[in-house]
Design a binder for this molecule. Structure first.
Ligand code: 4NP
Length: 584
């Protein structure tokens, strides 16, 4: 045997991937560009003076969520976890000019489900006694406006209207809008068409702009609550034909014109009033506008999330905030592409592949299962995917049925069947990788819903994978339901379409005896979305059954990873485990 320590070298590469700083546009406040950055080790808020280039750090230790700023206000509103990762959050305002911040009083820490800031007051939804709508004053004073017993999020607040979306008519397959008129203290549920999906309402001057399937496909529409008028919004652009069905990632108004991020086949583009704003290829994840410039968050599977400045007049762009990957990392990332993998019933599963330049073909491969489940792996930076490829594993990331990005019909396919058809899709991804001679041995790995799929796949499809890495996973839906808060109980009801009897069948704990492959379990101690307790019981079962497994609990950490140290602590055990059980 040699005297070098290849594992130690690999762990250094892993650290370099995790520590690559990420930047994202938040918006404009008080004349400054507000952005998020992980450069100091946690996702914090910063402000940039575009004239002088001066940067100011606004928060420390990581923020949980941030409301869209208002250019006319000097304050940025954000939440911070005050519960050791249990996701109970307080709300703060920071003055971008001085960097001074203060807590908004009268609001006990809660799980916050979306915020809007009208420049003076904050409206938010939070899990408490059911889902509550709150109005907070910057100068103190907090009022509970409304209470509902439904999955519900606030997405915007302006000119006296708080708007959001939710499962508000009891149909798990639809989202309706809600419009709360603050002056009249009146809550209205709105849908343009029964059975349609309506999302991400933005409001301004008494108008509501939102994404809807009411006209077929994914379209934008404008609704005027005062007169109950509704009309579709056209975003004519030559590329729009190609961009069908378009899924709107984000959109809004600037100077009266509508801007939108349209998405197709895992890539997205920014449009302003129907014109494409030229940016690098990949995914546009957010944007803000000032004068003749656009500021956009852009990344790809091989380029970390950065901020670009685009000149709307000339069509040129430049990198404003972002860092190159160190060469020892970028040289290990190979080709990325999308394939459509045909599933058992003919459904085509859009699957991203990131090959490792540090692995042979066929070589060790990881099927990476994203969380959500209403989320996706796009051609966008994912620290898990990049880390695995840099470590020397080809990565195959299926956007199983239920994923976002491919239209609402596809997203809704897992409702009432989590761990059913979607699990088959994930197994097909492994078969594809072997069939294409990309994969020698195949592990399954995922976090959250991806951890759930890992636990379930390794017992229900015991021959499909050679090893599993389950982060923050779910092994027992029945016990988890009992441990969940008002929001996650309703969330689980929606996901299962109320079929409680299905929960038993979709819980790995009831099939533990079937586990055949080594399993690495990694779980945050204070996770309140996917609690640790059922996972510890599962580990005890595995111990009694004599299974090969390892268990890593992350102390003082919760489900949402905002600190780079915690991201590294999640990935280190996975890297060591895969080296032993997959790479050989
Ligand atoms: P995620 O976490 O994958 O990070 O979004 C989840 C937490 C809970 C549930 C699903 C996913 N749930 O069904 O309760």
């Amino acid at each position: 045997m040699g005297t070098s320590y290849p594992l130690v070298e690999k762990l250094k590469i892993l650290e370099a991937v995790v520590m690559a700083p990420l930047y994202g546009v938040v918006g404009f406040a008080g004349g400054l560009l507000v952005y998020s950055s992980t450069v100091e080790g946690a996702r914090d808020l910063w402000a940039l003076d575009l004239r002088t280039g001066e940067k100011r750090r606004l928060t420390e230790g990581g923020v949980h969520s941030v409301a869209e700023p208002r250019p006319e206000s000097h304050y940025v509103i954000y939440t911070k976890d005050v519960s050791g990762g249990r996701e109970l959050q307080s709300v703060y305002a920071v003055d971008v000019r001085s960097g001074e911040s203060f807590a908004l009083e009268g609001f006990e820490p809660k799980r916050v489900l979306g915020m809007g800031f009208d420049g003076k007051r904050v409206a938010l939804a939070a899990a408490g006694d059911g889902i509550e709508l709150w109005l907070l004053e910057l100068g103190g004073g907090a009022e509970k406006l409304y209470r509902a017993d439904a999955v519900m999020f606030v997405t915007d607040f302006a000119d006296g209207l708080v708007v959001g979306q939710g499962v508000l008519k009891g149909n798990p397959a639809t989202y309706e809008l809600f419009i709360f008129n603050v002056d009249e203290r009146r809550f209205e549920v709105y849908t343009p068409k029964e059975g349609s999906v309506n999302k991400q309402p933005k409001t301004k001057g008494g108008l509501v702009l939102f994404a809807t399937t009411a006209f077929g496909g994914e379209k934008l529409a404008l609704y005027k609550p005062a007169s109950r008028e509704l009309k579709p919004v056209e975003l004519p652009h030559p590329d729009m034909a190609e961009y069908k069905p378009v899924e709107y990632l984000d959109f809004g108004w600037t100077d009266g014109e509508v801007w939108a991020i349209g998405k197709r086949e895992g890539r997205s583009k920014l449009f302003l009033a129907g014109r494409e704003v030229k940016l690098p290829e990949g995914s546009v994840l957010g944007a803000a506008f000032s004068g003749s410039k656009a500021y956009a968050t852009v990344s790809s599977l091989t380029r970390p999330t950065s901020i670009y400045e685009a000149d709307l007049a000339s069509g040129g762009y430049r990198l404003l905030l972002g860092a190159e990957l160190p060469p020892e990392v970028s040289s290990r990332l190979g080709r990325s592409y999308m394939v459509k993998v045909k599933s058992f019933d003919g459904v085509e599963v859009p699957t991203f592949v990131l090959e490792s330049a540090a692995a042979p073909k066929p070589g060790p491969t990881v099927v990476y299962v994203h969380g959500g489940p209403w989320s996706e792996v796009a051609d966008a930076w994912s620290v898990f995917v990049a880390a695995l490829a840099a470590l020397g594993y080809h990565v195959v990331a299926p956007n199983f049925r239920g994923s976002t990005g491919y239209g609402e019909d596809f997203r809704r396919m897992d409702i009432g069947d989590p761990g059913g058809g979607d699990l088959e899709d994930v197994v097909k991804a492994a078969e594809w990788a072997r069939g294409e001679k990309l994969a020698s041995r195949v592990a399954i790995m995922g976090y959250s819903y991806g951890g759930f799929m890992t636990f379930l796949a390794t017992v229900k499809k015991p021959d499909a994978f050679d090893a599993g890495v389950a982060g923050a996973g779910i092994v027992d839906w029945e016990e988890m339901y009992q441990l969940s808060d008002a929001f996650f109980r309703r969330f689980i009801d929606v996901l299962f379409a109320g079929k409680r009897e299905l929960q038993r069948d979709r819980s790995a704990t009831n099939f533990a005896g079937a586990l055949k492959v080594p399993l690495c379990i990694i779980h945050p101690q204070n996770d309140t979305r996917t609690p640790l307790k059922p996972v510890l019981k599962y580990a005890m079962k595995l111990l009694e059954l004599g299974k090969t497994f390892e268990l890593h609990v992350l102390p003082d950490a919760g489900h949402a990873v905002t600190k780079m140290d915690d991201a590294l602590k999640l990935l280190l055990p996975a890297a060591i485990f895969l080296e032993k059980y997959l790479a050989r």
